[in-house]
Write a protein that binds this ligand. Structure first.
Ligand SMILES: [Zn+2]
Length: 170
């Protein structure tokens, strides 16, 4: 039975039962993603596990997978970026002590009244994994081709610029 992804879950309770939630979301349904993607197509696959560690911290194991269409910051054309992120989230309360005592390998996950939706949780994870500056590999970026063409033309005729300037004076 598919979980209702917009419904609130209680990680603390799910951890007691060592639950696992697996599913997928349409990228177009994630509101905070708007404006970051060049195309709102595709899906986000996720797997969430809930457990307590030896110190009694509620730990959510999150694993997300997606392909995003972003804009290359060099040539401004679409670039496909593969996302594959696994992380361990340690559930903390509001107080700072909990943040400080959280084991290094955990990212803090703050909850409102012990509740969060699956959608919020995996959307957060995805937002953290989007590269700030998406770029094609050098050999696939058209901006590099353009640059090389300009350089090549300049080498073939180094004085073309100068000649044009002189011509303009006449
Ligand atoms: Zn590019």
């Amino acid at each position: 039975m598919p979980t209702d992804q917009s419904r609130s879950i209680n990680p603390l309770r799910l951890a007691k039962a060592k639950e696992r939630i697996v599913g997928s979301l349409q990228l177009g349904s994630l509101a905070r993603l708007k404006g970051l993607l060049l195309e709102n197509k595709g899906e986000l696959k996720y797997s969430l596990t809930f457990d307590y560690d030896e110190a009694g911290v509620c730990v959510v194991g999150s694993s997300i997978e997606s392909r995003l269409i972003l804009q290359c910051q060099r040539c401004f054309k679409p670039v496909e970026v593969e996302i594959n992120k696994s992380s361990l989230l340690g559930v903390v309360n509001d107080d700072e002590d909990a943040f400080d005592s959280l084991a290094r390998e955990y990212e803090p996950l703050q909850l409102n009244d012990s509740l969060i939706t699956v959608e919020e949780l995996v959307e957060d994870e995805l937002l953290l994994s989007i590269p700030l500056s998406a770029l094609h590999p050098l050999d696939q970026c058209t901006a590099i081709e353009d640059l090389e063409r300009i350089n090549a033309e300049a080498k073939l005729n180094p004085f073309s610029g100068l000649a044009a300037l002189i011509k303009d004076k006449d």
